[in-house]
Design a protein around this ligand. Structure first.
Ligand code: ADP
Ligand code: ZN
Ligand code: ZN
Length: 820
């Protein structure tokens, strides 16, 4: 028997391995295997088992099978194949998403050096060469991992140098098999070894013999579950191992291994409300239900204003689908940031629900994943990667806040969009999918308008709550009237003070973290920049440091300008810390907490902050866009936006859309009960179209102009975009490489628009230069994007044959979310 195996790297073709007799029984499609590859061992996926083999070369044996049962089926393989072909990754890269992190088994290469010999060679070598750099490291270190050496000499391809050093006898290259990082967690447990009555009979005899063994028996008899963890018992009874061992020998107790399932405790909790569903909610539920009897594919777009009770629609539908014997997958933007929807599902469905968190430890993630695979859950809630959870028999997928850009995978290939891929999955497996949002993406609304999706609307807030009143505060005008107190208008400050007196909640948005976002020299105009990235350093007042938000490096704030030495330094731009600081200055009695990635890095921290906010222990939340997502607190009557400008004016065709969404979403946190809500948005440009539409709560008006603009300039949904990005530490490499790529793509210019290579908006991050090619393909010429994919794929293959640019990192992004 033979197996076709693909690898989680950029190789496009499968490789054939033979299955040794002893593994033949177990080898099946969907399992991970360990196989020799060149001089090392790699983990791959079996995508086919077959009897014939038509490969001529010598075929190697599979070394081991790593899974007890398949982690994907022949059926779901089709889904991964679609992902790979649409987002132009290899199949193995797509399948990597099916496996929880930390399960890879691979060989780690290490180098053992004769340091004295290396030092001799180093002294003979011409300084400045790669070989000299390698030798300088190896004359100090006797043992080093290959990857570490590569990092130290800042170069990937050092094999030829290493080979010649090995031939010279200066080093030895050794392969070590490194096991998976996560394992099933086992613990020793103790239980009675005989039926209770027999144990009682033996007690007197035991009492006479040993006083240490009796308490163990009594303890076990006293437990309702009749078992206990060994370590726990030892601690409780202050005993060593030996009385346990003796007892086990006599058969009175048994010691055995038991799996410990690692679970994550949610910090946020609230009481379940009993609700009767409203008529509008019922209509939405009924429309989707129609596609569950029998189950069939259809995309529904639920456009419900903020506070219209979308979560309840999700819950009702989930209940219905479960009652029909199918499972439900729920995607949310970032689960640790949306504890309320999670809490509501847990209240209603309890341990039927699995959560896939970014905050889970590797072990917790692995255990949850295995329980899903074993069919122990009916509902999976998670961020984009939950799309690949091994939940079978799905009857409905819900994508909450479908407009959110975090559904797009941005770092590793395939750069998939979980919302779009979920639609494809629903289409393949024939079940309905529900996309929900108060501010649908322009693409989804266009699909609803043209009849591709079915539009469902919730136009009213629950309990007759009114949408908040939204006002713009023009800070330039207020400044002239002397009504500004630093970053705050008197109006906003007064409103905050008023709410605090009335014991009502306040949410303030400032979409930048840190204190000041720029340090600027008044004499020469110099801005303190990050030495590694083309962005300015951000001042963090609590730690008194400057930090780069791209590479993370920090330094002390300068005493004078680093260019001219002048001490006339100004701190510009406002971050959340400054908002916090100034509020505490103007309103000393304020009870405030900050919500941004600086304050929320610990597990469950947001849940705790929200618990305190709900209880009224905290009155004001100040935060980045984290405070705009889904928060539902009846007591919040005021929302303030310190500066609307932080997201307008980004050089991206989606910046208006993002601004509209962010401001509408954060406004929606106010006035969610009988108490009316007020939103104050500070801006320098109160006539801006987007802000006007936010104030008027006019999604249709915003959409109408936006879709016209998209059409005029042929942006999505009227075209399909692809960005080819190249990165390298040498600017000439990036530019030269991309120019070659561009020339290859230009052969397709009859069908697609190819823009010449240009630096990314942030040209340098961590000393790595980033350049892009933007490709547009028009829906009338290339409706399915097939030509675009073929053009890029072909060019990419040709490009890879050019040896000159082997070091260049090139990535392909189909349907990019951001052009930054
Ligand atoms: P959205 O996600 O649409 O902004 P939520 O789902 O958070 O809104 O619902 C807003 C509030 O309305 C929640 O507190 C929820 O408990 C409540 N709610 C939802 N449906 C009903 C209903 N049918 N009757 C009473 N209250 C409801
Ligand atoms: Zn200066
Ligand atoms: Zn930096």
């Amino acid at each position: 028997m033979f197996a076709e195996v693909v690898f989680p790297n950029k190789f496009r073709n499968p490789f054939t391995y033979s299955i040794p007799n002893e593994l033949e029984e177990r080898a099946r499609t969907g399992m991970r295997v360990l196989v020799p590859f060149g001089k090392r061992y790699m983990t791959g996926f079996i995508i086919q088992v077959k009897e014939e083999n038509n490969v001529e070369e010598k075929i190697k044996d599979i070394v081991d099978i790593l899974d007890p049962k398949p982690i994907f089926t022949t059926e779901s393989l089709k889904f991964y194949q679609w992902i790979a072909s649409y987002y132009l990754s290899s199949l193995g890269e797509a399948l990597k998403n099916a496996v929880p992190q930390g399960l890879d088994v691979e060989t780690k290469r290490k180098i053992v050096a004769d340091t004295d010999f290396c030092r001799e060679l180093f002294e003979e070598e011409k300084p400045g060469t790669v070989k000299a750099a390698i030798l300088s490291v190896l004359s100090e270190k006797e043992e080093i991992k290959l990857s570490q050496l590569q990092r130290l000499v800042k170069r990937q391809s050092i094999y030829s140098q290493l080979r010649s050093l090995q031939e010279a006898g200066a080093i030895e290259i050794i392969d070590e098999l490194a096991g998976a990082k996560v394992r099933v967690k086992m613990q020793k447990f103790v239980k009675l070894g005989l039926p209770e009555s027999e144990v009682f009979e033996k007690l007197p005899e035991l009492e006479a013999k040993s006083e240490k063994q009796v308490p163990i028996i009594l303890e076990l008899l006293g437990r309702s579950e009749k078992e206990a963890a060994l370590t726990e018992l030892k601690e409780k009874l202050t005993l060593s191992d030996s009385p346990f061992k003796t007892l086990a020998k006599t058969g009175l107790i048994a010691i055995y291994d038991k799996e410990i399932v690692r679970t994550h405790e949610e910090e946020y909790n609230e009481e379940e409300k009993k609700l009767t569903i409203t008529q509008q909610q019922q209509l939405a539920v009924n429309s989707v239900k129609a596609k569950t009897e029998p189950f069939d594919f259809e995309v529904f777009l639920l456009h419900g204003v903020t506070g219209s009770g979308k979560t309840q629609v999700y819950i009702e539908l989930t209940e219905d689908v479960l009652s029909k014997g199918k499972n439900v997958l729920i995607l949310v933007p970032e689960i640790s940031l949306t504890p309320q929807i999670t809490a509501r599902f847990l209240n209603r469905f309890g341990d039927k629900v699995a959560l896939m968190h970014s905050k889970l430890s590797l072990g917790e993630r692995y255990d949850t994943w295995r329980k899903i695979l074993a069919g122990k859950f009916n509902i999976v809630i998670g961020a984009r990667s939950a799309l690949f959870a091994p939940l079978d028999n799905i009857g409905l997928v819900i994508v909450d806040e479908e407009h959110d850009s975090s559904y797009k995978q941005n770092d590793l290939p395939p750069k998939y969009n979980a919302r779009d891929a979920a639609i494809m999955k629903a289409n393949m497996e024939k079940f309905p999918i529900l996309l929900g949002s108060a501010t649908p993406s322009v693409e989804s609304m266009y699909n609803a308008e043209t009849g591709k999706y079915k539009l469902l609307e919730l136009t009213e807030r629950i309990d007759n709550a009114r949408l908040p009143e939204i006002k713009l505060v023009n800070v330039s005008v207020e400044q002239k009237l002397k009504k500004m107190e630093n970053i705050f208008s008197r109006q906003l400050l007064n409103a905050i003070e008023d709410r605090i007196k009335k014991n009502e909640g306040v949410i303030l948005l400032q979409n930048r973290r840190g204190f000041a976002t720029q340090i600027y020299c008044e004499d020469c105009g110099e801005i303190e920049m990050c030495p590694n990235c083309s962005v300015s350093m951000v001042f963090h007042v609590h730690k008194n440091i400057l930090q780069c938000h791209y590479c993370g490096i920090t330094k002390k704030p300068p005493k004078g300008c680093s260019k001219c030495g002048s001490v006339e330094l100004k701190y510009f731009g406002t971050g959340t810390q400054r908002v916090e600081d100034e509020l505490e200055y103007f309103i000393p009695e304020i009870k405030l907490e900050r919500v941004d990635s600086d304050s929320i890095n610990r597990k469950g921290e947001l849940g705790k902050i929200l618990n305190r906010f709900r209880e009224g222990e905290t009155q004001v939340l100040v935060g980045t866009q984290m405070v705009s997502k889904g928060l539902d607190f009846a007591n919040v009557t005021l929302v303030g936006v310190v500066s609307a400008e932080t997201s307008l004016w980004m050089p991206d065709f989606r910046s208006d859309e993002r601004t509209f969404q962010l401001l509408t979403q954060v406004s929606g946190r106010a006035g969610r009960s009988e108490k009316p809500g007020l939103v104050l948005i500070q801006t320098r440009d109160d006539s801006h179209f987007v802000l006007q539409k936010v104030v008027q709560n006019d999604y249709p008006g915003f959409y109408k102009r936006e879709i016209a603009l998209r059409k005029e300039s042929s942006y999505p949904p009227f075209s399909r975009l692809c960005v080819i990005e190249a990165k390298d530490s040498k600017k000439e490499n990036v530019m030269g490489g991309l120019q070659e790529f561009y020339n290859l793509l230009m052969q397709w210019r009859k069908y697609i628009d190819v823009h010449p290579p240009a630096p990314a908006v942030i040209e340098k991050v961590k000393n790595i230069y980033r350049y892009n090619i933007l490709i547009k393909s028009y829906k009338d010429i290339d409706p399915s994007g097939k030509i675009l994919r073929e053009a890029v794929q072909e060019s990419w293959i040709e490009f890879n044959k050019l040896n000159r640019y082997r070091e260049l990192r090139v990535t392909i992004d189909i349907d990019p979310q951001s052009m930054l």
